[in-house]
Design a protein around this ligand. Structure first.
Ligand code: CP
Length: 330
């Protein structure tokens, strides 16, 4: 039984096999691969793309998707071990994971961090608790990483460029009026480095460094691939020669759990917006983003409407890669 929680547990060739089969499914979408299979999808947070692409994709493969929102249309769940459950939670993940495993062939989880304490949030306790107690594969639909987005990102880049080995990849921080999850940024570093690109992380200062776990993983992947990994605070040099620009906003881990301090810091860096003048410094780069994206805050209308913007293609590819990944693990 293999979970899909982090791409770090999958080899580049295994991930490429998922992407290759996603290409086949893209041209031949209706196949009964998941006939008589059911997938429980638990959403602790909102979604447009993930919910729709999984549900439609599972249906296209003749499977059944069951969508649950714990605390809304399903009972609130407790994750702490050895606790007297006299608070809001009505049942424990130990029972939930076993019961869902008895009905379904896979459990998929979206559970963002709580944004109080990064030392705790970095343990990714919700999805790891499900993985501990479930007897069916567990899939990450975004926690502190977003591996399904990673697959769609790579498929979309391969459709544009073919081989990605040695491409110059830039992940840039952007402003957002709320401190956001680091998941897509963490994932961007993991997958760009795993697929053999020269990776640059552009952020306003050391306060915006991602967790050392992801910086180290990116460095290790690049060392393995013989490529480079660099952190930059200089917009002009970071954009120069980039062939791929990926943008994401996140709250600084230095001020984690202190949203007012995070925003006071973020407000100094609105100029990190992706605009045409920055894109003109690149080597004809494509631009992408996981979406949702606030126009003229993270990227300008001109960038979002440019031919080089592949964000919508990447969102569309979510369905194909997820269908392929489910076909492999089930
Ligand atoms: N990119 C992504 O996961 O989108 P949703 O939050 O809408 O699912």
């Amino acid at each position: 039984m293999k979970n899909f929680i982090t791409t770090q547990k999958w080899s580049r060739s295994e991930l490429q096999a998922i992407i290759d089969f996603a290409m086949e499914l893209k041209s031949n979408p209706f196949q009964p691969i998941l006939k008589n299979k059911s997938i429980a999808m638990l959403f602790f947070n909102p979604s447009l793309r993930t919910k729709t692409s999984f549900e439609v994709g599972i249906s296209e493969l003749s499977g059944t998707a069951v969508i649950l929102q714990p605390g809304k249309d399903a009972w609130p769940i407790e994750f702490q071990e050895n606790i007297v459950m006299d608070g809001d939670s009505e049942e424990h993940v130990k029972e939930v994971a076993q019961v869902l495993s008895s009905y379904c062939d896979c459990i998929a989880i979206r559970a963002f961090p709580k944004f109080h304490d990064w030392d705790f949030d970095r343990t990714d306790s919700v999805i790891n608790s499900f993985a501990k107690y479930a007897s069916v594969p567990v899939v990450n639909m975004e926690t502190i990483e977003h591996p399904c987005q990673e697959l769609a990102h790579i498929l979309t880049l391969q459709e544009h460029y073919g081989d990605l080995q040695g491409k110059n990849y830039l992940l840039t921080w952007t402003y957002h009026p709320k401190p956001l999850n680091t998941a897509v940024a963490n994932s961007s570093l993991l997958i760009a480095s795993k697929f053999g690109m020269n990776v640059k992380l552009l952020c306003p200062s050391e306060d915006y460094h991602l967790d050392d776990r992801y910086l180290k993983a990116a460095q290790d992947n690049c060392d393995y691939e013989g490529t480079s990994f660099e952190v930059s605070y200089d917009i002009e040099s970071a954009y120069s020669n980039a062939e791929i620009v990926y943008a994401k906003s996140w709250g600084s881990l230095q001020n984690y759990g202190k949203p007012d301090d995070q925003m006071a810091s973020n407000n100094k860096y609105k100029h990190f917006i992706v605009d045409e003048s920055k894109m003109s410094l690149t080597n004809n780069a494509v631009f992408s983003h996981c979406l949702p994206l606030r126009r003229n805050v993270k990227a300008t209308d001109a960038v979002m409407d440019a031919d080089y913007c592949i964000a919508v293609k990447e969102a569309a590819n979510r369905k194909h890669v997820q269908k392929s990944m489910l076909s492999k693990i089930l």
